[in-house]
Design a protein around this ligand. Sequence first.
Ligand SMILES: Cc1cc2nc3c(=O)[nH]c(=O)nc-3n(C[C@H](O)[C@H](O)[C@H](O)COP(=O)(O)OP(=O)(O)OC[C@H]3O[C@@H](n4cnc5c(N)ncnc54)[C@H](O)[C@@H]3O)c2cc1C
Length: 245
Amino acid sequence: MNQEPAATPTPGRPSLPLLDLTVVEAFDLHPGLRRVVFTCADGLPGYKPGNDLVFLLPLPDGTEGRRHYTIRGADAAKGTLWVDFVMHADTPGPRFARTARAGDRVQARGPRGRTFLRDTGFHLMIGDETALPAILHMIEALPQGAAVRAIVEVPDAGWEQPVPAGTDAEIRWVHRNGPARPSSLLGGALAASGLTLGQGTAYLLAETGTVRALRHRLQDEGATKDQLVCEGYWRPGREGGHDHI
Ligand SMILES: Cc1cc2nc3c(=O)[nH]c(=O)nc-3n(C[C@H](O)[C@H](O)[C@H](O)COP(=O)(O)OP(=O)(O)OC[C@H]3O[C@@H](n4cnc5c(N)ncnc54)[C@H](O)[C@@H]3O)c2cc1C
């Protein structure tokens, strides 16, 4: 059986490449979303839009914690890639982004992940603000005319981002108007949208319980497992990691 490379060194499993990243700049896209731009010592790694890196970030006890962050974009000419951090609390990920200065170094493993575009006639992308980097980058990678609909839950209207130019994507924004938590908001928005998956592919990327409920909804409507790309991007009480659903 082929095994997915491991972010943590694991006996019997290949390790993901270790990248030495250097911060070029960091700036707010919004008070709650901070972009950090990096160069990579051995050149830009190959990746598929939607893939993530597992950052090795300092923890308060002096050890290192792993945190997954999506590659939001890359510029081959400049040799840079960038990541958008949701600044939800004073936790290792946001702390790194808030204090990042040009010249700072950090390591990450990857690129990795099951989030990438499938060969399909219709893409249905549903997620919260942690999935916005993956959803926007995947939309950018689709050819004009591709059938893509996205439903994205964000804290409020200030978080909305323009639909990437050169695509026919439609993004339906759902304003949470409150703290992030497992919720039925995305499920309600999907039901209200009247969208059906048909033979397409759904990418369900959000809090774990929310993704599980969305997956059940689509399966109840007839979607098969291979039409669903599901990943729990965060979960109350979980530190780092990811949930395959
Ligand atoms: C494949 C993948 C790609 C991802 N891409 C991105 C990305 O591009 N940008 C991004 O910002 N996040 C992304 N995430 C989510 C991110 O990895 C998690 O939110 C992670 O827990 C953040 O680490 P932390 O140090 O802030 O908090 P942690 O120390 O991991 O968690 C502490 C506590 O904070 C809470 N928490 C964690 N995340 C959130 C949140 N977003 N909102 C509210 N409460 C939260 C939980 O209760 C958790 O127990 C991705 C996750 C995966 C699996």
